[in-house]
Design a protein around this ligand. Sequence first.
Ligand SMILES: [Zn+2]
Length: 98
Amino acid sequence: MDYDMLFTLMLIVIATLCIVMLAARRFQKPSEGKYETITLRECDSCGYRERRSFVKGDYVLKINGVCPKCGGTMTIMKIYVEKAEARRQKGYKQISPQ
Ligand SMILES: [Zn+2]
């Protein structure tokens, strides 16, 4: 076999590998870098806690809604960013924002 042809083939193989690796990295990024802002509400009376997606206008210590268990007032206790992947693994249920 001709050495020039062998060299060309090797270059093509290396170039293809580079493209595949770059493409694979691009595909991984969305799942790795998925973050979500979470609002944690707590009932002032019974301590019932509820997590939901952050909604514009949320802030810590804001009185936000009524407790589904005892009817007391719900206060936003925490607002934090969480990796979407980690949340799924912990098995939290998604609560739709009001
Ligand atoms: Zn309550």
